[in-house]
Design a protein around this ligand. Structure first.
Ligand code: NAD
Length: 473
């Protein structure tokens, strides 16, 4: 049993003012593995005060100094990557491969920010004015549980690159992971107060960060509902917001696609991170003329995925993170049946022999139409719906018939044709004939998938405010 009874403020691990105890459960076994004392509003205020005090000098550092800090942060996180991965597997149930990738990506985000700074110009000249890109103040970083290290590190890396100081509020479900990550970040030896980490409830710590006048910007990753609450709360103090929210990403298979190649990719895209991923390609949009073939291949590919012990490197799908998340996925699977969709693979209940944890059956529904809730709402589990179309125009309409616009996938034997379709899909990222990782490309959504972009130059500029200085000589 592990105990997390410290928060991190002003370069020190201190006891929180908050007293609520939250139990941490291993989702693979349902056993209680730890207890965390949650921070409260007063802790958030102390963290904000520390970040504000540190901002005075940190905002004046040179980019070379910040590049050196970013290198140290990378090294400190990379040095403990095995422990970080193991803790992610234990507390979150992330399959070994996902947990390794997330841990590496987290460390690398500091290097990417460092690399970006090498060529980034904070001063530009426009006519008679000098335009200086300045950090916009103390930032609040609010993150979800599904890739805890990834979100904390990528947001913190950009905040530091910009010269901002930060108050970080991770999900309480990730407390063991956050504690270990905080030890790593602390070991990098940055000036006290540059980053402060206070794990607590969204309604207390998150809400305090959202309303506090000394926070200039919030970068939030999480659900669309909470994103809306934050946007409403942020407007009173005119905070800048970057919101990375939910998705229901379409995967359009054109009629000339090589299905033997495209369908296994589609299954991987739908079940990435055990389906607990905002980017998951959960709506498979296929030509009616090839529906039978698609159903056969989708069923085969889904059934081939190994579900179970996340420590096993061959496992593709681990447990859902919590009882709440397990129940949610079960509800949607039952709803799909009630709505009249054809259950092709999976169904409600645990996979055989896996009732000791929050394991769900990877599920595929066919004969789905866009009026069904399983086609519209984000399920956040390994559940794929198959929709069919008669014409390419109809395929594009179905792809765009959603309040979300995060990611999209297109498959075709003709890359030119795929690009034309990609151009008409309303989504922040479109993947053609595969699934790729490019951390320098912008990440974010159209419509209710959010506001703003992270990663690369766009991500850095989201932490900067332009100031025009004229008559500077
Ligand atoms: P969530 O929205 O419930 O919580 C996210 C964070 O917000 C948590 O730290 C939570 O404590 C905090 N929070 C909750 N209420 C708050 C409030 N009133 N004020 C301030 N903060 C508050 O999301 P979750 O369940 O942790 O994560 C799953 C969701 O995240 C899914 O909808 C998923 O699509 C989304 N997500 C989006 C991206 C992206 O990049 N677009 C990536 C991963 C996850």
């Amino acid at each position: 049993m592990k105990t997390v009874d410290h928060i991190y403020i002003n370069g020190r691990f201190i006891k929180p003012h908050g007293t609520e105890i939250f139990e941490l459960v291993n989702p693979s076994t349902r056993t209680v593995i730890g207890k965390v004392t949650l921070a409260d509003e007063q802790d958030a205020q102390a963290a904000i005060a520390a970040a504000k005090a540190a901002y005075k000098s940190f905002s004046q550092t040179t980019k070379e100094q910040r590049m050196a800090y970013l290198q140290r942060l990378h090294d400190a996180v990379a040095a403990r990557s095995d422990e970080l991965r193991e803790t992610m597997i234990e507390e979150y149930g992330g399959p070994y491969r996902t947990s390794s990738a997330t841990t590496q990506r987290a460390a690398n985000s500091f290097l990417q920010a460092r690399e970006l700074l090498k060529t980034f110009d904070f001063v530009k000249h426009v006519g008679i004015s000098k335009v200086v890109l300045e950090p916009l103040g103390v930032v609040g970083l609010i993150t979800p549980w599904n890739a805890n290290y990834g979100f904390i590190c990528s947001k913190l890396a950009m905040a530091i690159a910009a010269g901002s100081t930060a108050v970080i509020k991770p999900s309480e479900l990730s407390s063991l992971q956050t504690q270990l990550l905080t030890e790593c970040l602390h070991a990098a030896g940055l000036p006290a107060g540059v980053f402060n980490i206070v794990t607590g409830r969204g309604a207390t710590v998150g809400a305090e960060i959202t309303r506090h006048p000394d926070i200039a910007k919030i970068s939030f990753t999480g659900s669309t509902d909470v994103g809306k609450t934050i946007a409403r709360g942020a407007v009173d103090t005119m905070k800048r917001v970057t919101l990375e929210l939910g998705g229901k990403s379409p995967n359009v298979i054109l009629d000339d696609a090589d299905l033997e190649q495209a369908i296994p990719v589609a299954i991987a895209a739908a079940t990435v991170n055990s389906g607990q991923a905002c980017m998951a390609g959960t709506r498979l949009i296929v030509p009616a003329s090839r529906l039978d073939e698609v159903k056969r291949l989708a069923a085969k590919a889904m059934q081939a995925l190994q579900v179970g012990d996340p420590h096993n490197p061959d496992t593709a799908i681990g447990p859902m993170v919590s009882q709440t998340q397990y129940d949610r996925v079960q509800r949607y699977i039952r709803l799909g049946v009630e709505e009249g969709a054809e259950l092709l693979v999976g169904g409600a209940g645990h996979p055989a022999g896996l009732d000791q944890g929050y394991f769900v059956q990877p599920t595929v529904f066919a004969n789905v139409t866009m009026d069904m809730r399983i086609a519209k709402e984000e399920i956040f589990g390994p559940v794929l719906v198959i929709l069919s179309y008669a014409t390419e125009e109809e395929a594009i309409d179905i792809a765009n018939d959603t309040v979300y616009g995060l990611h999209a996938f297109v498959s075709s034997a003709d890359v030119g044709r795929a690009n034309k379709v990609a151009a008409r899909i309303v989504a922040g990222r479109v993947f053609i004939n595969g699934m790729y990782d490019e951390p320098r490309a912008p990440f974010g959504g159209f419509k209710q998938s959010g506001i703003g972009r992270e990663f690369g130059t766009y991500g850095l500029e989201a932490y900067l405010e332009p100031k025009a200085v004229m008559g500077h000589g």
